[in-house]
Design a protein. Structure first.
Length: 420
């Protein structure tokens, strides 16, 4: 069989599905981990923090060494680490005397693979022949969403059919996907990336105000997306008192569906959409969704806030990638790597801070915030989770402010050009 760039693109799509697996599978087991192993909200949030801290480390290492070892070897290594971590997630908590340590070890393995994938897949696609780079990038990132939908839907259904006692079978099942894609990356052709002599050095990138704002936007994008995505399952079950299956389907699954729809629409019709204005509208909608989730008087409306948040964050990550790649066409691995670092920093900080503030609110240490949301019928779990999500609204607010700054600078430049 002769492999073409189309096969390369499909392997990259599956790479993002793999990343969706390693980022979204464990949160579906959070309630099981709490019930079986006695984990607190902070310990659960710490697992998310560890995941993305390791991804940040992998991003930084990739920025420094990936151009020298080659994208093919990097992609193969990434899929190997992802598959190994998923298998360890199934095995270690049940064989170690401290299950939490076993879970953390597994997270370190698959997070390392996820971090490498995040740095490699986007520049591989960006280097492929074609003119519609913005649309291609959004369509690529949509496969993360459809991967997330598949993970939530299939895992939720199988947990319901098999029972929670058999949860270790599921990570092993999902590990088959990175194993399969590993062998694909051994064969598919890779297009030449930016030559080393033409690559923009990191020092020059950091001298650009545009790049610094883009890093802030990536941090906010990661935090806005992952906070709602990672906590919506637990929030639906313990905060809104819904059955796990219903909560997972109406929370993280519907969130991912809306996020996938947004990215797919931009992937096909992105050339007709003004990206910066779309990002501003998305950020404002995200703020509204967070506030709806926290303050809605009915559980179903809160869940709709969670779900529509997926649409609101859909363009944040790929849109910032596309804006930056267009502004710095010779950025290469350094550009995508540092953007991934900022995004992963947001992915780790947002969910962890939500868990931390949730625990503080449950302990009555945040009276000012809890008074804003508390009603007589709320229990401690609901008060805690809603307080944590309320704190996280700071991230889409900062994203909105950053986009206003971008648009004002663009308008000012246009006025100066016209007056000149």
């Amino acid at each position: 069989m002769k492999y073409t760039y189309k096969n390369t693109l499909h392997a990259c799509y599956t790479g993002y599905i793999t990343q969706a697996i390693v980022n979204n599978l464990a949160p579906l087991f959070f309630v099981i981990f709490q019930n079986r192993y006695g984990l607190s909200f902070e310990e659960v949030g710490r697992l998310i923090l560890i995941n993305f801290v390791v991804q940040i480390a992998a991003d930084l290492i990739s920025v420094k060494f990936m151009d020298s070892i080659g994208y093919r070897k990097g992609a193969v290594l990434a899929h190997f680490l992802c598959a190994t971590g998923l298998v360890l997630l199934a095995v270690l908590p049940n064989v170690l005397s401290t299950p939490y340590i076993g879970i953390m070890i597994a997270v370190v393995f698959y997070a390392g693979g996820g971090g490498i994938l995040e740095v490699l897949v986007s520049p591989i696609v960006d280097a492929l022949p074609g003119d519609q780079k913005d649309s291609a990038m959004s369509l690529l990132h949509s496969f993360y969403c459809w991967g997330q939908v598949s993970v939530v839907l299939v895992t939720t259904i199988l947990l319901g059919l098999l029972g929670q006692d058999y949860w270790p079978l599921l990570p092993v099942m999902w590990a088959l996907i990175p194993i399969w894609n590993l062998f694909r990356f051994l064969r598919v052709p890779l297009a030449p990336t930016v030559p080393s002599k033409d690559r923009m050095p990191l020092r020059k990138l950091f001298q650009s105000k545009f790049f610094l704002i883009a890093l802030l936007m990536m941090l906010c994008a990661g935090a806005s997306e992952l906070t709602m995505s990672q906590w919506s399952s637990l929030f639906a079950e313990k905060g809104l008192h819904l059955p796990k299956v219903l909560g997972d389907l109406l929370g993280p699954c519907l969130f991912a569906v809306f996020m996938g729809i947004g990215r797919t629409i931009y992937g096909f019709w992105g050339s007709k959409i003004h990206l910066k204005k779309a990002l501003l509208a998305s950020s404002a909608l995200c703020v509204l969704c967070y506030l709806t989730t926290v303050f809605a008087p009915w559980p179903l409306l809160s869940l709709m806030g969670c779900a529509l948040c997926g649409l609101s964050v859909s363009l944040m990550w790929p849109g910032t990638f596309s804006m930056s790649a267009g502004r710095f066409p010779h950025g290469g691995t350094a550009l995508f790597g540092m953007l991934a670092v900022a995004g992963d920093l947001g992915c780790s900080l947002g969910p962890w801070l939500t868990g931390l503030f949730s625990d503080l609110a449950k302990q009555s240490k945040l009276p000012v915030l809890t008074r804003l949301i508390q009603t007589p019928i709320m229990n401690n779990d609901e008060i805690g989770l809603k307080t944590g999500i309320l704190v996280a609204v700071i991230f889409p607010l900062m994203m909105t402010f950053a986009m206003i700054v971008f648009l004002r600078k663009r308008k000012a430049k246009a006025e100066m050009k016209n007056s000149g």
